[in-house]
Design a protein around this ligand. Structure first.
Ligand code: FMN
Length: 228
């Protein structure tokens, strides 16, 4: 396993959705998972769970659920305007790549479910009512204890020449996904990552420039630095 530098991984780990059938060594997956669990979690709860699905029949079932979800999602995307920063060609490329995965997720030799176990994550019972109310309002943090681990997975995969993509469409039929792998009610899934050796090339990852999205001191005052 030849590893690459951190920044090379960050700049080249683009979403690749077509996989070779070649098996992925268990040792590589173990290292990827070990990188995942180095991520931070709220209050260091480490209430994550990862299900590595290798069995071909189970992969087919998950792939079929992903496909079903994608058909629902296509209705949502049908009339959505193209984001301003993407050319028509870029948008079409993304749709083509995403559509391939809609039909063929089972081709990835590994499907990885990244989950959180909510049991240990519940708030203490004796909070003052106003604080309890505010805590309930923190819905937007729900995935923040798992997505850093997911990003570690993406980068660790890249380091081993494996490609992956963070997908969430399965959430439209999450109960069915949970039934396939026998997850109990207190476990929620946050990402379904197909993993394998890519049929396409890594990187470069193209994004809007820092100067468009970062500010100095106040919103509207662009951060002017330019990365070399
Ligand atoms: C929260 C989130 C959800 C995503 N869900 C899906 C998905 O369900 N299916 C999919 O093919 N890609 C999904 N993606 C991948 C994005 O489409 C991809 O990261 C983005 O287009 C950038 O791709 P690039 O790194 O190749 O430029 C998701 C990414 C994120 C961050």
């Amino acid at each position: 396993m030849d590893e690459i530098g951190l920044f090379e991984a960050i700049y080249s780990a683009r979403a690749l959705r077509r996989f070779k059938p070649d098996p992925v060594p268990d040792e590589a997956i173990t290292r990827v998972l070990d990188a995942a669990i180095r991520a931070p979690s709220g209050s260091n709860q480490q209430h994550w769970l990862f299900v590595v699905v290798k069995d071909a029949e189970l992969r087919r079932k998950l792939s079929a659920i992903y496909h079903k979800s994608s058909q629902l999602m296509m209705k949502f995307y049908a009339n959505r305007p193209r984001p301003a920063h993407m050319s028509e060609q870029e948008q079409n490329r993304l749709l083509k790549s995403a559509s391939y995965l809609f039909e063929n997720m089972h081709e990835a030799p590994i499907l990885l479910l990244a989950c959180l176990k909510q049991e240990g994550a519940s708030a203490p019972q004796n909070l003052p009512p106003d604080l309890a109310e505010k805590m309930r309002g923190l819905q937007r943090t729900s995935g923040s204890s798992i997505y850093p681990a997911v990003q570690n997975i993406i980068l660790a995969c890249r380091a081993f020449g494996l490609s992956t993509v963070l997908t969430t469409l399965h959430l439209l039929h999450e109960d069915e996904v949970k039934a396939v792998v026998g997850l109990p009610p207190e476990v929620q899934t946050y990402a379904l990552l197909p993993i394998g050796y890519p049929r396409d090339k890594f990187g470069p990852v193209k994004r809007k420039p820092v100067s468009e999205v970062a500010f100095l001191d106040r919103y509207g005052n662009p951060w002017k630095g330019k990365a070399e």
